[in-house]
Design a protein around this ligand. Structure first.
Ligand SMILES: Cc1cc2nc3c(=O)[nH]c(=O)nc-3n(C[C@H](O)[C@H](O)[C@H](O)COP(=O)(O)OP(=O)(O)OC[C@H]3O[C@@H](n4cnc5c(N)ncnc54)[C@H](O)[C@@H]3O)c2cc1C
Ligand code: SF4
Ligand code: SF4
Length: 564
């Protein structure tokens, strides 16, 4: 259904983003109130298209949410296959060079027994999921509960009344402009949708969230930092799959991102998970504070796949889907907050402001000890949904109510306990930083700088030669945009590219953009192929001169992930 067919465009509870966090908030709100009008807006063509994770899920929050909302949810067609793959084998390896792998799972298990943070990487009782499929299941359940979901509607900005210091709605991205920005016969103005309560669930580096943070005056103690996750799903032979195992997760650290002393020094690691039906998901997560001007995370994945630990399971397999997404890694100190008096008279740092709440990756709720964010996205979404219902008659109390619930919930406990890991490793390097991070909570806050500031003119010389085939990658992400629309990417100062970036960083965006969007044309750098964009937003965070602006394109564009 088109949102313009609605009788009115004033809504009680408006959720921006139909990911796990947004849908959890809508479902929880519905459980708490059968009649409230709840609307979810999603920029992707259909629910699940823009959702990508590893993923190993801690299921408790999800099951609690669904048991309450739809006690019969397990009987929904496909639900068992979405949530049926419980982890049985769980290895962590340290990759020392291209061939050597040391299994350090026992160390992680000892850490778990001792209650040390490294043990949190263990996955006993967790479930391997495809986040796009999980999100589709949540979407189906939400629809069955009478929640309205409008796909293909990108939200452009928050409507904020500075006089009354209050958000009163959102504005949608306009549709039907040509490349020059002139309206075509099918032009539709970006509609204003007003709402009593707004839940921002845009995922990582949300544009509307950042717009709201600026307008309402939210701040972070540390800059948000990110990593870039590149993932492929590979169909392998029956024999290879049997050898790998049907319920297995493998995590790695070391090669190809980091090796002691003379090797590369990038935060992150690799993963390989069973997906059923002879499919294995492989991926690599690279800290976006990499220093090398010519580093491309896709090439790191290519090298990871060639490591002897992984190669035997996937060699000769067919890549059936691929994608990229950023993970917000700044943790507790990078959560956007507003300092205001709470209901009980004490000062409160609300995650949102008045009638606006920020949930999931938009708030940065990724636990870096576990390298997981899905459970926190679902839990924070559910908390916001419940807070919204409690505050329906007094919407300006919503952020206060939500934050109160968050502070006494495991989400904030996790965020606090993992608060220094990423910063300590960034500060001291991996050899010293990782062991030191075991005592991370004894340290005060370490400041973290935005990722783009980390770029240097050092060359990454550790990858194997040869270009990465970005065109095939884009096709495997299924990404498309209507060609005849204004570019959603812009370079603020083209001269910087020519005069500063070229000599120092060799126009890094051309290398790191996974979709080959940027090209050198004449002497300029241009976002020449915006329709290839997979919405990872890496360019906005990693251009060394902070010179790129990503805006939300016309709805329905972007990747079409099916199994990510
Ligand atoms: C490679 C990788 C591996 C990961 N592995 C794991 C793992 O193993 N376990 C784990 O727990 N977590 C993992 N994570 C993290 C996890 O994926 C996230 O924490 C989780 O997906 C966050 O959910 P979300 O709903 O907040 O955001 P998202 O899933 O990103 O959903 C946000 C939604 O909002 C939509 N949207 C955004 N902006 C707008 C707008 N302006 N207008 C309309 N719609 C909009 C998007 O299209 C999207 O559908 C991984 C992440 C990556 C990238
Ligand atoms: S957009 Fe940024 S990364 Fe790309 S060439 Fe210009 S300054 Fe360099
Ligand atoms: S243009 Fe930017 S957001 Fe789009 S795929 Fe490239 S790096 Fe990602």
């Amino acid at each position: 259904m088109d949102i313009k067919e609605k009788d009115n465009t004033h809504i009680s509870i408006l959720v921006v983003g139909a990911g796990p966090a947004g849908l959890a908030s809508a479902i929880a709100a519905r459980s708490a109130n059968k009649d409230a009008e709840i609307v979810v807006l999603e920029k992707g063509e259909s629910v699940g298209n823009h959702n990508l994770s590893g993923a190993v899920l801690e299921t408790a929050s999800l099951i609690r949410l669904l048991d309450e909302a739809r006690p019969d949810w397990k009987t929904i067609k496909g639900a068992d296959s979405v949530l049926g793959r419980v982890v049985k084998e769980d290895d962590v390896h340290f990759l020392l060079g291209k061939e050597l792998a040391v299994n350090i799972s026992f160390l992680m298990k000892i850490c778990k027994k001792l209650g040390l943070s490294f043990g949190e990487i263990c996955n006993d009782g967790n479930t391997i999921v495809s986040t796009s499929r999980l999100t589709r299941l949540l979407g189906e359940i939400a629809l069955s509960l009478g929640i309205e979901i409008y796909t293909g509607f990108g939200v452009k900005e928050i409507l904020y009344d500075q006089d009354n210091r209050k958000a009163h709605g959102v504005k949608l991205v306009e549709q039907g402009l040509d490349k020059e920005g002139d309206p075509q016969p099918n032009y539709i103005e970006g509609e204003a949708i007003t709402a009593d309560i707004i839940i921002l669930a845009e995922g990582t580096d949300g544009l509307v969230t950042e717009d709201f943070a600026v307008k309402a005056g939210l701040s972070r103690k540390n800059d948000q930092v990110f990593s870039v996750g590149v993932k492929e799903i590979i169909r392998v032979s029956k024999q290879q799959y049997a050898l790998f195992g049907d319920n297995r997760v493998v995590h790695t650290m070391g090669y190809p991102l980091w090796l002691p002393i003379f090797g590369p020094a990038i935060f992150g690691g690799g993963f390989a998970y069973s997906c059923g039906e002879n499919k294995i998901a492989v991926g690599i997560i690279s800290g976006a504070d990499w220093k090398y001007y010519n580093f491309n995370p896709q090439k790191a994945l290519r090298d990871f796949k060639q490591h002897t630990l992984i190669k035997e399971f996937i060699d000769g397999g067919e890549i059936i889907e691929a994608g990229v997404k950023m993970i917000p890694e700044g943790g507790y100190y990078a959560v956007p907050r507003y300092l205001q008096p709470g209901t009980d008279g004490k000062k409160m740092n609300t995650v949102g402001y008045k009638n606006v709440m920020i949930v999931g990756d938009s708030a940065g709720f990724v636990n870096m000890n576990k390298i997981k964010g899905l459970h926190n996205a679902i839990e924070s979404g559910a908390l916001a949904g419940n807070a919204a219902i409690k505050c329906l008659k007094d919407p300006e109390k919503a952020a206060d109510e939500y934050t109160g619930r968050l502070e006494s919930n495991f989400v904030m406990d996790e965020m606090k306990s993992a608060r220094n890991l990423r910063a300590i490793v960034a500060r001291f390097g991996q050899a010293i930083g990782f062991p030191l991070s075991l005592f991370g909570n004894l340290f005060p806050r370490f400041a973290m700088e935005a990722d783009y500031k980390a770029m240097t003119s050092r060359k990454f010389t550790f990858d194997t030669p040869g270009e990465f085939d970005k065109a095939t990658f884009v096709a495997l992400a299924g990404t498309e945009h209507r060609e005849e629309q204004p570019s959603h990417l812009s370079i603020s100062d083209p001269d910087l590219c020519i005069n500063k970036c070229d000599p120092l960083f060799h126009r890094a965006c051309i290398t790191f953009c996974p979709a080959g969007v940027y090209e050198k044309i004449g002497i300029e750098t241009r976002p020449a192929n915006p329709s290839n964009c997979v919405h990872c937003k890496t360019c906005q965070r990693k251009c060394p001169f902070d010179n790129i602006r990503w805006t939300v394109p016309e709805g329905n564009g972007g990747p079409r992930y099916k199994q990510m």
